[in-house]
Design a protein around this ligand. Structure first.
Ligand code: GUN
Ligand code: ZN
Length: 435
């Protein structure tokens, strides 16, 4: 694919939804809805957002794409995925450790083959595009080729992607899927020097999780992060009770699971911790103190049987919280399905999440978790023009329910709960229409 031309200037009209602030903090009125709105795009950025009549009148010469009653919002941001697990999504019957050993690790071994990695990277980006996801934070495999493949595919598509080489040097990971403390440091450093901030690419130092790393590897990656403080760091934390017990046996002197990262320089702002379900009070306090991000992966947490994320308690406490599919532990590539799952999980904890909160988590919330809130995840002048256009009447069952809606939230909620790729009317990436 050739480089993307971002010179287009165009006005999109339709319903427009954007956020003035985080609705968990500022309330639902932070969500701003324009029934007949417009977004003007210029050179890959959002130049203006407002009332259609006004925007059209002041730029009569520009081409217009009219989406009618469809809803224009920021493209979805998936803040924790494993693109190499695309081919093994929906694998039956295992909990975390057995699922990793039975399905994940054998598949990840294949990514030393650059051609295979490139094939899956393209497939993954095609699938996520069809679901309206424009940015993601992905784990790769231990192979640098797997990182190159994703970054090359994303760059050709003009897409903002964060990813990193997954590091595992402990004998808890299978032979053939292990690096070393030194090679993890060297390979991660070479990749981040080549890719970080190139076009729309960001690098995340990626120790898979403390059970598959030695203390020496975590220490080496902590040292690397200290050398490059503006890159991100992503890992897993407190996903399953059995996993936590395992961590305690592997790191007997650690105060808790988080301490296995903290002790080696892997806890500070810019850290993204996936799952964070069974946190102890000290862990919650430290994560808050350093302003690290928590990433909620609801379809994964139910599919692998991990537990119920405490969205109410953690959002009230003001954490940066992202929403994510965690494919292939998660059972869907769709952020609509993921929002529905987040709603159901929160209901089990007696906290019905508002549609505005769900949409925020899938856009601005995830962008904030990835420290990209000034670039993507919202519609505002100066932000990059990554947009999804939702058809709010994409199937007969959604249409008949939405027809009874008395406000915009009732009109959107059936699509959140029942929508799939048929609801994705159009996707714009970097100011270009991609579907
Ligand atoms: N913990 C360590 N690795 C993984 C992974 O690939 N998926 C999930 N869900 N949890 C993990
Ligand atoms: Zn994961």
């Amino acid at each position: 694919m050739s480089a993307i031309n971002t010179s287009t200037e165009v006005i999109l009209t339709g319903q427009v939804l954007r956020f003035d602030a985080d609705p968990f903090v500022a309330g639902i009125t932070a969500a701003r809805h324009e029934r007949q709105g417009a977004v003007r795009i210029a050179r890959g950025k959002i130049a203006e957002v407002g009332i259609a009549e006004t925007v059209l009148a002041s730029h009569p010469q520009l081409p217009r794409v009219d989406y009618g009653d469809a809803l224009i919002l920021a493209g979805f941001v998936d803040s924790h995925v494993h693109y190499p697990q695309t081919g093994i999504i929906a694998s039956w019957g295992k909990r975390l450790i057995d699922w990793l050993n039975s399905y994940t690790f054998p598949e990840e071994m294949r990514f030393g083959d650059k051609a295979y990695a490139a094939e899956i990277a393209e497939r993954y980006l095609d699938l996520t595009l069809s679901h309206g996801t424009t940015t993601m934070a992905s784990y790769c495999t231990i192979h640098p080729e797997s990182v190159e493949a994703l970054f090359e595919a994303a760059t050709a598509r003009g897409q903002r992607v964060v990813a990193g080489k997954t590091c595992m040097d402990r004998d808890t990971a299978p032979t053939g899927l292990r690096d070393s403390a030194q090679s993890a440091y060297d390979d991660s450093k070479a990749l981040l020097e080549r890719w970080h901030r190139r076009d729309r690419i960001g690098y995340a130092i990626t120790p898979r999780f403390s059970p598959t790393s030695t203390p020496a590897q975590l220490e080496a990656l902590g040292a690397l992060w200290a050398e490059y403080p503006d890159v991100l760091m992503q890992t897993h934390l407190s996903e399953q009770v059995d996993e936590i017990e395992w961590v305690k046996s592997l790191y007997p002197s650690a105060r808790d699971y988080l301490d296995t990262y903290e002790a080696y320089g892997l806890l500070r702002e810019g850290g993204m911790f996936g799952h964070t379900i069974h946190l102890e009070q000290r862990e919650k306090d430290r994560l808050k103190e350093v302003d690290a991000a928590l990433v909620h992966c609801p379809t994964s947490n139910t599919f692998i049987g991990s537990g119920l994320f405490d969205m109410d308690g953690l959002s009230a406490a003001g954490y940066r919280i992202g929403l994510a599919t965690d494919t292939g532990g998660g059972s869907s590539f769709s952020m609509l399905r993921t929002m529905a799952s987040a709603y159901e999980v929160a209901q089990l904890r007696h906290r019905p999440l508002h549609p505005a909160e769900l949409l925020w988590l899938a856009t601005g919330g995830s962008a904030r978790a990835m420290r990209l809130e000034d670039k993507v995840g919202n519609i505002a002048p100066g932000m990059e023009a990554d947009l999804v256009v939702l058809n709010l009447a994409s199937t007969p069952e959604i249409t008949q329910r939405a027809a009874r809606a008395e406000d915009i939230w009732e009109a959107i909620f059936p699509t959140i709960m029942m929508g799939d790729d048929r609801a994705i009317e159009s996707v714009w990436i970097n100011g270009q229409r991609r579907s």
